[in-house]
Design a protein around this ligand. Structure first.
Ligand code: ZN
Length: 296
């Protein structure tokens, strides 16, 4: 077990008794996720799970936006920072094989591992959570969002069904999931609450204190009861086929990547990739402008 307390992309905090908080600390890149960040999040979650003094974990983010998704210019390789966790192997294999292995390790592998960690986890979300950004929201147990939070997954434009942790229908219901994917549009915090995806919506300046109070309230509950309740709810979803459904969708995701590899000699449709990057940049800049004006 790696208990190193050194992090570059995140911070590990203990803001209240029995509560750990993992903050994505790359506001300069709108918390775009590279491999280093995902391994640091995994290591920090592991640390919180193994620390008997911690009962609840919050995952939040610095800056105006929770996360803009995968870092598109992350050229690091699996194994550069820490040995692989999920035991997949073959990350450098040619064809679709290496790409699939990489995503099995750090995307669907990590998300499913985090979803099954025994202690309650709370995502604290402001601003945009785009595509891969949802991989640091949906695996966690509760979601507290500020009024400005928006959730989107526009990656159909580059030739795949959605981002790699395909729980859309479970989170939103099947019709809204299709609308979100077909249009590439965003679900607001309030809409997310009405759909049952978001637990609570609070003003932006109360996001941190509200989430911390909620975590502290849960942390006063008996830990074994919390563990059993979490297991019981997760197993209810598993009994409905959640594991099989999301892993089957992951197979379709790689059919999409492989198709693009044949057509464009890269894992995604380059036209769609450009479009998504441009739209994400515009959305983020627009949101930041509006926030700056609101502060005047
Ligand atoms: Zn992918």
């Amino acid at each position: 077990m790696d208990q190193s307390t050194e992090y570059e992309q995140i911070r590990y905090e203990e803001p209240a008794e029995k509560v750990a908080r993992i903050m994505l600390a790359r506001a300069d890149t709108r918390n775009a996720q590279d491999k280093k960040m995902l391994y640091e999040v995994d290591r920090a979650l592991n640390r919180a799970m193994h620390d008997d003094a911690i009962r609840v974990v919050i995952i939040g983010a610095d800056g105006p936006h929770f996360s803009s998704g995968h870092h598109m210019k992350d050229y690091s390789r699996i194994g550069d920072f820490t040995p692989p966790i999920m035991g997949v192997g073959g990350y450098d294999r040619p064809g679709q094989e290496g790409h699939m292995a990489m995503e099995q390790e750090i995307f669907i592998g990590f998300c499913w591992r985090w979803r099954n960690m025994p202690k309650p986890t709370i995502a604290q979300v402001q601003g945009k959570a785009i595509a891969g950004g949802l991989m640091l929201v949906w695996p966690f147990d509760l979601i507290v969002a500020s009024e400005d939070a928006q959730f989107s997954d526009p990656v159909l434009a580059f030739g795949v069904n959605g981002h790699e942790y395909f729980v859309h229908a479970w989170e939103l219901g099947h019709r809204k999931a299709k609308e979100m994917l077909f249009t590439g549009g965003a679900i607001s915090a309030q809409e997310g609450k009405e759909l049952g995806m978001v637990n609570q919506v609070v003003p932006r300046d109360e996001l941190e204190s509200y989430t911390l109070d909620l975590a502290s309230k849960i942390a006063r509950q008996p830990p074994f009861g919390l563990k059993l309740a979490k297991l019981a709810v997760n197993q209810s979803l598993d009994a409905q086929g959640m594991y099989s459904a999301i892993h089957s969708a992951f197979g379709l995701h790689h059919l999409g990547h492989a198709n693009s590899r044949i057509l464009y000699e890269m894992g995604v449709d380059p036209t769609g990739q450009k479009k998504i990057r441009k739209e994400a940049r515009e959305q983020i800049e627009d949101g930041e402008k509006r926030m700056a004006e609101a502060r005047k």
